[in-house]
Write a protein that binds this ligand. Structure first.
Ligand SMILES: Nc1ncnc2c1ncn2[C@@H]1O[C@H](COP(=O)(O)OP(=O)(O)OP(=O)(O)O)[C@@H](O)[C@H]1O
Ligand SMILES: [Mg+2]
Length: 395
């Protein structure tokens, strides 16, 4: 699990040190840097998967600045399957700190700290890895405890990353064997979810927090239907191949309603169901050690559905996955608080960050949740809109 992420001269951040937990919620104003945090992790993953970050490096305790030469063809691959970030000029923090600009990330996993520093190349989309160590933290970094080149687990762990912009209702979805079946990847827009469900419908969701108590069985198809049923009671989902094509089809049934015998296409049911399906499948298929990055899982859901999605994400974290999500929803916040209060997630496993920027930099405030689900601070602007509006209404 990633315990801490450090960003240096990356996009909105001159320097950011962010503690992460099994369930981390990134909240705050628009354009305050929440997605950029997820992008930094995705950037490391995509560079590693492309073979551009083969030699993961442990930052030594001593802050040694070594030779300034590139490390083979290694570096940050800015454009790929997970993120398309442009070129160096797009990602270097405008107000960078050194004379010679460099971008650096560090990731703490338990006692180990891994770090990467790349050179700034304004026009390049592979920023070369440097054989230098920069002081990425003001505190002492963890001492190396293993061999020089070790791969941190977040680079190889089962992984999902869902952007805010996901699949919408459609007649058919791609049938990409390699992504959905070979790698079990749902796609950044969730575009492989339907094909994944088609192939894995009879997989078992292991007993534990992810098990929905009203599900007909422990099979993925029934578990997914039960969690979706919290959004729209009685719904069931079916994913099937369209013979003779390289496409798959999604349909919905509604038990106990007037049209119970008819299956309906996604375009004839509520938009929110299809939009949230990748989130449901990403959480239900997360296992101990998995890393799940989610942007706005609440999008297009009614308030109670948003609370239920928080419960599902909390269940994935309680089952051993690491879930890092960006949200604008007080129902999601409260759903996680409730999971803590009900004992479904221990308080130390939920981490809240509130990002606020004043145009000159980003400040992060991190309220802590106690066992009763109460937060120890409520910074101005942190989900206080309901109260502010009510004050005006009754004032
Ligand atoms: N090279 C750069 N230097 C400085 N700031 C940058 C740079 N590139 C992007 N930014 C800033 O980083 C921020 C990026 O915001 P990001 O997309 O992470 O926001 P967000 O918090 O996810 O917003 P939303 O809630 O709308 O999704 C913006 O404020 C943008 O101006
Ligand atoms: Mg965002």
């Amino acid at each position: 699990m990633i315990d801490r992420l450090t960003l240096h001269n990356f996009k909105a951040f001159q320097h950011l040190e962010l503690p992460l937990g099994p369930l981390t919620l990134l909240t705050g104003l628009n354009s305050s840097g929440k997605s950029s945090v997820l992008q930094s992790i995705a950037l490391l993953r995509q560079s590693y998967e492309a073979g551009d970050l083969a030699a993961a490096r442990l930052l030594p305790e001593a802050r040694r600045v070594g030779l300034r030469h590139g490390v083979g063809n290694q570096g940050f691959l800015l454009n790929g399957e997970l993120v398309a970030l442009g070129t160096g000029v797009d990602v270097l923090h405008e107000d960078f700190t050194e004379d010679e600009p460099r971008i650096g990330f560090a990731v703490d996993e338990g006692p180990r700290r891994y770090g990467w520093i790349v050179e700034y190349e304004p026009e390049q989309n592979l920023l070369p890895l440097l054989d230098v160590d920069l002081p990425l933290t003001s505190e002492g970094s963890a001492a190396p405890t293993g061999p020089e080149a070790v791969t941190p687990s977040f680079l190889t762990a089962p992984f999902q990353y869902l952007h805010a912009d996901r699949i919408s209702p459609a007649e058919f979805y791609p049938r990409d064997h390699h992504a959905a079946i070979g790698r079990g990847f749902l796609g950044v827009r969730g575009e492989h979810t339907v094909n994944y469900l088609r192939h894995h419908a009879d997989d078992t969701v292991p007993a534990g927090p992810l098990h929905h108590k009203r599900a007909a069985s422990d099979l993925l198809r029934d578990q997914a239907a039960a969690w979706m049923g919290d959004l729209c009671p009685g719904v069931d989902i079916r994913a099937e191949a369209i013979e003779g094509t390289d496409a798959v089809r999604l349909s919905y049934g509604f038990q106990g309603t007037l049209g119970a015998t008819r299956r309906r296409r996604p375009s004839h049911v509520g938009f929110g169901l299809t939009y949230v399906l990748p989130v449901v499948v990403a959480c239900l298929t997360a296992r101990p050690g998995s890393l799940v990055l989610l942007e706005n899982p609440e999008a297009h859901l009614h308030p109670h559905g948003q609370t239920q999605m928080a419960a599902l994400c909390a269940a994935a974290a309680a089952q051993g996955a690491q879930v890092i999500m960006e949200t604008h929803s007080d129902h999601v916040i409260n759903g996680v608080r409730l999971a803590v209060k009900d004992g479904r997630l221990s308080p130390g496993r939920a981490v809240f960050h509130y990002f606020r920027g004043d145009g000159t930099g980003v400040e992060v405030v991190s309220p802590r949740v106690d066992a009763d689900g109460m937060l120890d601070q409520w910074p101005t602007g942190f989900f206080d809109e309901l109260e502010n509006t009510l004050d005006q209404l009754i004032g």
